[in-house]
Design a protein around this ligand. Structure first.
Ligand code: PHE
Length: 369
């Protein structure tokens, strides 16, 4: 409040005139009503009730009035200031209410929306397929055996009875580490684990090996330079082809269910003798598509049979190379490609899908463990 105005000059205090006061009040009320936002109202409050506002100035001038006039002037100014303060309060409440309503709409969160829309990924079907295959063998009492992916040529070829001039040994088919004369290759199959298992374990040996294998193929719909194989090996006294056939029957039943017939077709591998290709009856048409006039079957190409891998009785030369007496022991081996199995079991048409890591391919296989 300003100091008492001893030299009272009525001209200076015109803001105390009733009509001036009414005008100041009405302007304030109009501005308050027109304030469209809380920010605008703040400005209005400052302009019409702040220290430099006409009403504040008038209030300050009361002290300068002669004592007799103060009560009446104080009453009028008080009423005007009261009306403005009330209008500010009301408008403030209205604008806050408006803001709250708007925030409720604009910042609404729909708590019923699904919360787990971020893709969580899936295990790769090649992994789950390998686990399934291992499980079938584990359930028959086999153990898991392993070998290195970067392998000595001796284990990959020599120990397995590949002659020095075997075409598989050339750079045409095999990735050599550095040069061809280092004797180190990326294993071209899981069969070197046969020799490793026999050299490192007590007999009898019942093992299954799974893992990456490498060949110099271009990536296309049906080939990939990096692929996976599974290999079962049993070496014991008195094992025959009947044991081999029985194990493959159990494997096919374990992986496909339904006791599908298995047939062996004579073949050749340097490390097995005799050797055979393994076919299982098609699990989709169950052989029916070969009949004349039958519906064609896409899974087996209407062959009725699906080739799943190779097998045979372990060549005595392999047993000898691995320090096992072939007079006393015999064994069988059975190997297959994991990608190929995944392709025909799940109708995967293109090998690219298996190596590109697109989650749209892996997701439908789920998180199966
Ligand atoms: N290693 C062979 C291949 O890669 C498959 C096989 C394994 C054949 C075991 C017979 C016995 O084709």
């Amino acid at each position: 409040m300003s100091a008492p105005n001893k030299s009272y000059d009525p001209v200076e205090v015109s803001s105390l005139q009733p009509d001036e006061l009414d005008q100041a009040r009405d302007e304030a009320l109009a501005a308050i009503a027109a304030a469209g936002s809380l920010e605008a109202l703040k400005e209005t409050r400052l302009a019409h009730t702040g220290d430099r506002s006409p009403l504040a100035l008038a209030n300050r001038e009361i002290g300068a009035l002669p004592p007799a006039a103060r009560a009446e002037a104080g009453k009028r100014i008080g009423a005007a200031r009261g009306a403005v303060a009330q209008a500010l309060k009301t408008r403030q409440a209205e604008l806050e209410e408006e803001r709250d309503q708007r925030v409720l709409v604009e910042e609404a969160v729909d708590v019923t929306l699904p919360w787990d829309r971020a893709p969580r990924g899936a295990r790769h079907p090649l992994t789950t397929m390998q686990e399934r295959m291992a499980d079938v063998f584990l359930s028959m009492g086999f153990e898991i055996a392993e070998g290195p992916e970067i392998e000595a040529e001796w284990f990959n070829f020599d120990a397995l009875n590949f002659k020095p001039d075997h075409p598989a040994r050339t750079m045409q088919d095999t990735f050599f580490v550095e040069s061809e004369d280092t004797g180190v290759v990326l294993r071209t199959h899981t069969s070197p684990v046969q020799a490793r298992a026999l050299l490192s374990r007590e007999l009898p040996v019942y093992v299954v090996a799974l893992g990456k294998t490498f060949r110099t193929d271009e990536l296309d719909a049906t080939h990939t330079p990096v692929f996976h194989q599974m290999e079962g090996l049993a070496v014991d006294e008195g094992l025959t082809m009947a044991d081999l056939k029985g194990a493959i029957d159990a494997f096919v039943t374990g992986l496909f269910g339904g006791h599908l017939p298995v047939r062996l077709r004579p073949s050749y591998f340097p490390f097995t003798e005799p050797s055979a290709e393994v076919d299982m009856q098609c699990f989709v048409c169950r052989g029916a598509s070969i009949e004349l006039g039958a519906e064609p079957c896409r899974t087996c190409g209407s062959e009725g049979w699906i080739e799943i891998g190779g097998c045979g009785m372990v060549n005595p030369r392999v047993l000898t190379a691995a320090g096992v007496d072939p007079e006393r022991y015999s064994g069988w081996a059975f190997g297959l490609g994991v990608e190929r199995t995944l392709m025909f079991r799940h109708g995967v048409k293109d090998m690219h899908d298996m190596v590109e890591g697109d989650i749209r391919f892996t997701l439908p296989f789920g998180m199966e463990i």
